[in-house]
Design a protein around this ligand. Structure first.
Ligand code: IPE
Ligand code: IPE
Ligand code: MG
Length: 246
């Protein structure tokens, strides 16, 4: 099926978030170590970035490493960090060829020094690109992000910059890592798990979820396109009745 031709290009989501899950199980099924699965997932990242940029999505956020992922065996964490460094270095070219700006959310300064340095460099080398922004969620946790925002808002109150009664959704959201970025309209999670795993807890309030029964290393453009078609066939009611929408 040619899913791309079925997408209504006038009703694209501005922001698609992706939980790239299932690398370990994919590797196990292929009789290989988990790390092989992570390496094989890079191609899916490239395909997603290219497909999204090509059709005109403005933001893609990829969940690459959660704060909970530090609890994995040390060799796996080390391999993921090494992969991050080598991938950032290699893929700057892909990003520039596709006019994609790189960004990141999460507790970035607590990443290993080498990763942080490579990340900042990649962000800098792609900062003039305008077609799409690709955000990597690294050392990210939704609860961490919200708690951090609460601290920032509290200090604004303490400094007398805002009255408690004037704090609203918009004001609060400006203190998140995603300030000035629209909430994702669509979240895709691969691997068959139907959970959020501490991703974008605030931003997903009205997001449509697509849980795909395939592992991340098998994710290709067609899966991305089909998810967009499915998304466009849904009715987003935001609390209203169906009659009010149509
Ligand atoms: C996603 O794949 C990658 C990261 C979380 C870094 P997993 O490594 O979680 O693979 P599974 O879910 O164990 O199969
Ligand atoms: C979520 O996947 C985090 C990333 C994809 C980076 P996990 O594999 O860590 O999530 P759980 O533990 O299955 O919920
Ligand atoms: Mg997983």
């Amino acid at each position: 099926m040619d899913w791309k031709s079925k997408i209504d290009m006038t009703r694209l989501p501005k922001h698609v978030a992706v939980i790239m899950d299932g690398n370990g199980r994919w590797a196990k099924e292929h009789g290989r170590p988990r790390v092989f699965g992570h390496r094989s997932g890079v191609k899916a990242v490239r395909e997603t970035a290219e497909a999204a940029a090509e059709i005109g999505i403005e933001y893609v956020t990829l969940y690459a490493f959660s704060t909970e992922n530090w609890n994995r065996p040390k060799y796996e964490v080390d391999a993921l960090m090494t992969l991050l460094v080598s991938t950032l270095r290699k893929e700057i070219r892909t990003l520039n060829d596709n006019n994609i700006k790189l960004g990141a959310i999460g507790n970035l300064t607590e990443l290993p020094k080498k990763c942080y340095k490579e990340l900042i460099e990649a962000i800098d080398k792609t900062k003039h690109n305008t077609r799409m922004t690709m955000l990597l969620a690294l050392n990210y946790s939704g609860r961490w992000e919200i708690t951090n925002a609460v601290k920032k808002v509290a200090s604004e109150v303490k400094a007398g910059n805002i009255d408690i009664n004037d704090i609203d959704d918009d004001y609060f959201a400006k203190h998140l890592n995603t300030k000035n970025i629209p909430d994702p309209e669509l979240l895709i999670r691969t691997s068959g798990e139907s959970r959020v795993s501490n991703f974008l807890l605030w931003q997903l309030a009205y997001t449509e979820f697509a849980f795909l029964p395939i592992y991340w290393p098998d994710f290709r453009r067609e899966h991305f396109y089909k998810s967009l078609v499915d998304f466009q066939n849904r009715e987003r009611r935001f609390g209203k009745t169906s009659e009010q929408i149509t």
